[in-house]
Design a protein around this ligand. Structure first.
Ligand SMILES: Cc1cc2nc3c(=O)[nH]c(=O)nc-3n(C[C@H](O)[C@H](O)[C@H](O)COP(=O)(O)OP(=O)(O)OC[C@H]3O[C@@H](n4cnc5c(N)ncnc54)[C@H](O)[C@@H]3O)c2cc1C
Length: 96
């Protein structure tokens, strides 16, 4: 968990630096949103799993965060659209 959370934090820190330099490309935002929301969702699922069956109860916070992140994966660009955006930048071809 620590490894992935720290990696995600470093990604957005670097993105902020690039933005401050005025060199930010939209595809870099796609990559970061795609990676970090997916990472957050995976971490919540792991936290829920650690709690066992009790983890599915709203008495514990991981499932609430999971449900919130399920909506974040959709708004501000769905995960699929960010994948397509990064893919088109890498390949120079649009798949949509
Ligand atoms: C909690 C929440 C809050 C929201 N708040 C706002 C808000 O404040 N303002 C606002 O304007 N909107 C808001 N939205 C709407 C959100 O931005 C849209 O739901 C989102 O853009 C996806 O559009 P859609 O629901 O029409 O799905 P669609 O565009 O129909 O997409 C359905 C699925 O098909 C995929 N897909 C779409 N096009 C392609 C393609 N060309 N190739 C491959 N796959 C594709 C998508 O990735 C997705 O998985 C919110 C959504 C949620 C869940």
């Amino acid at each position: 968990m620590t490894r992935r959370i720290t990696t995600a934090q470093l990604l957005v820190l670097q993105l902020g630096r690039i933005k401050d330099r005025g060199e930010l490309h939209p595809t870099q935002v796609s990559l970061a949103k795609w990676n970090n929301v997916r990472m957050g969702l995976d971490i919540c699922r792991e936290a829920r799993d650690i709690l066992g069956a009790g983890g599915i109860s709203i008495e514990y916070s991981p499932i609430r965060h999971m449900m919130n992140l399920e909506s974040v994966i959709t708004y501000e660009g769905t995960e699929t659209i960010h994948e397509l955006s990064v893919g088109s930048q890498l390949c120079g071809k649009h798949a949509f």
